[in-house]
Design a protein around this ligand. Structure first.
Ligand SMILES: O=C(O)CCCC[C@@H]1SC[C@@H]2NC(=O)N[C@@H]21
Length: 248
């Protein structure tokens, strides 16, 4: 299957973080383009946490040059989550093994196999370029003491399924999966993406705990609304949560 038309691709052996490399390359390279690195020496995860990247794992960033309100741009994490699931199914053929955890993780048999981090160089109401960083535990998962206490345990594709997939092979699958979903998002908006995401959502209808930094909210995961908020039914009310870490 061919590389998607209109998307550039840069392969690096080693960078600090593909997110930083992507922003640097965006000064000369026409977006959209992907940057893959075989090694990262200073990878970061959500909320400023370090991201462990054992050799052989996947690290890439997609750069989109567009100018949208931050709330719209942030919905790309759902687009990328869906693309990741499709790529996983393509490379290892297991439809039922993968689930999507709000807001932007992919689970493999209940363990975290991939994470997404969106960053933008925009100011105020405008966003651009948007950098969507993707990390996938292809061959090894970080050690338990390298992740936050209480977090979903990390797993790797190889250790869980026995299948070994190279980073460049995975990039091909992910880029091919992402391109039509991006097209759908830009023409039809969030509604079809949201519907597809909900079909694969982890723990929908179950009790979860959302930690926002200011409070801890326990409730039933009822929905994701049209702005991408987590909708939690607590004992008192239906809460729309824009940003949180979710624990099962
Ligand atoms: O915390 C998370 O779950 C998000 C992890 C995102 C990691 C990826 S690896 C490629 C890109 N470069 C980085 O420094 N981080 C992201």
């Amino acid at each position: 299957m061919p590389w998607p038309e209109g998307y550039g691709r840069v392969i690096c052996q080693e960078v600090g973080s593909t997110l930083d490399e992507a922003v640097r390359l965006a000064q000369a390279e026409a977006a959209p383009f992907w940057v893959l690195a075989h090694r990262q020496t200073a990878a970061r995860g959500r909320r400023g946490r370090p991201w462990a990247m054992p050799e052989g794992n996947f690290a890439a960033t997609l750069v989109l040059r567009h100018y949208q309100a931050p709330g719209v741009a942030a919905l790309r994490s759902f687009v990328m989550s869906l693309a990741l699931r499709e790529a996983f199914v393509e490379v290892c053929g297991r439809e039922d093994a993968f689930a999507l955890k709000w807001p932007n993780d992919v689970l493999l048999r209940g363990g975290k196999v991939a994470g997404i981090l969106l960053e933008s160089a925009g100011h105020g109401r405008a966003v651009g370029p948007l950098a969507i960083g993707v990390g996938v535990n292809l061959v090894a998962a970080p050690k338990p003491d390298e992740v936050e206490a209480g977090a979903i345990p990390p797993v790797s594709l190889r250790e869980t399924t026995g299948q070994t997939v190279g980073a460049e092979v995975f990039l091909d699958a992910l880029a091919r999966a992402y391109a039509p979903l991006e097209q759908q998002f830009s023409t039809l908006g969030f509604a079809p993406i949201r519907a597809a995401w909900l079909q694969h959502a982890a723990r929908l209808g179950e009790t979860v705990v959302a930690r926002t930094g200011r409070e801890e909210i326990t409730g039933t995961f009822e929905d994701v609304d049209s702005s991408g908020n987590l909708m939690l039914r607590t004992s008192k009310e239906l809460r729309a949560i824009a940003a949180a870490d979710v624990f099962f």
